[in-house]
Design a binder for this molecule. Structure first.
Ligand SMILES: *[C@@H]1O[C@H](CO)[C@@H](O)[C@H](O)[C@H]1NC(C)=O
Length: 227
C-alpha cells in the first residue's frame, strides 16, 4: 500500500514537471553598469516561493518518500523560479537574426570579462528562456519591447532622481518613481561602489506571464529577489 501510494505521488509530481512551465510572472531585470540601463534578463518566477509553505503542501509526499527522494523529485519546484527547463533547446543565432542589432544595444554582456554577447544571451535563454513558454524570437522580442517602452533613466530623471555623488535617494522614492513611470511593480537591488557607497544596481519589474503587461506583486526587499 505504501509503495503504491509512493508511486502515485511520484507520477503526479513528474506529471506536473513535464507540462508547460507553470510559473506566475516574469521579473524583467535591468542593470545599471554605467550611464544607461541594460537588460540582464527576463526571468520566470513563482509568486509563492516560501519553502515552508511548499513543505506543508507536499507534506504527505515527503513523509512517504523520505526527504532525499522528495527533494530530488520536487527539485526546482521547491524554489522561487524554474530554470534550465530544456537543455536540448539551445539558442540559435538565425532565430534571433533580426534582433541582434537591438540586442547589442539593449542587452549587452554585463561581465567585465570579454565574453561575447551571444554567449550571454544563450545562457539567459538556457537558464530562463527555456522556462518561459515562449519561442526564442518571441522571448527576446518581448524583452526588447519592454525596454523600449520604458526608459528607466528618463523616468528616474523626470522624478528628480539622477546619479549623484552627494545626493542620496530612499529606496521607496526610486521604487515609487519606477512604478509611476512604468505601471509595473518594481523591486530594487543595490550594491556598493569602489568607495563603499550604496548605489542602485538592478531594477526588477514584475511582468505578466506573456512578457507584456504589468503583474501586480507586493514590493519586497531586494535581497529576496537577487540571484
Ligand atoms: C533614455 O533616456 C535618457 C535620458 O533622457 C537618454 O539619454 C537615453 O538616450 C535614453 N535611452 C534610450 C535607449 O532611448
Amino acid at each position: 500500500m505504501k509503495l503504491v501510494l509512493a508511486f502515485a505521488l511520484v507520477l503526479s509530481l513528474l506529471a506536473v514537471s513535464s507540462t508547460a512551465e507553470d510559473f506566475d510572472f516574469f521579473y524583467f531585470v535591468q542593470q545599471k553598469p554605467a550611464v544607461d540601463f541594460g537588460i540582464h534578463g527576463l526571468w520566470p518566477n513563482y509568486a509563492k516561493c516560501d519553502r515552508d509553505d511548499h513543505l506543508r503542501r507536499h507534506g504527505l509526499a515527503r513523509a512517504v518518500l523520505g526527504d532525499d527522494a522528495f527533494f530530488s523529485i520536487v527539485g526546482r519546484q521547491g524554489r522561487c523560479w524554474p530554470e534550465f527547463c530544456n537543455d536540448d533547446n539551445e539558442l540559435i543565432l538565425s532565430q534571433i537574426g533580426g534582433l541582434v542589432a537591438s540586442l547589442d544595444r539593449s542587452w549587452p554582456t554585463l561581465s567585465c570579462k570579454n565574453r561575447e554577447s551571444f554567449q550571454f544571451w544563450s545562457y539567459e535563454w538556457r537558464k530562463h528562456g527555456t522556462c518561459s513558454n515562449l519561442e526564442q524570437h518571441e522571448y527576446f522580442k518581448r524583452a526588447l519591447a519592454l525596454k523600449a517602452r520604458h526608459n528607466l533613466t528618463a523616468i528616474l530623471a523626470d522624478a528628480g532622481i539622477v546619479p549623484s555623488n552627494t545626493e542620496t535617494y530612499s529606496l521607496s522614492s526610486v521604487r515609487d518613481a519606477v512604478a509611476q513611470g512604468t505601471g509595473f511593480t518594481a523591486n530594487l537591488q543595490c550594491n556598493r561602489d569602489a568607495d563603499g557607497e550604496a548605489q542602485l544596481f538592478q531594477v526588477y519589474m514584475c511582468v505578466d506571464k506573456k512578457g507584456e503587461g504589468a503583474h501586480r506583486l507586493p514590493a519586497v526587499n531586494a535581497q529576496q529577489v537577487s540571484r
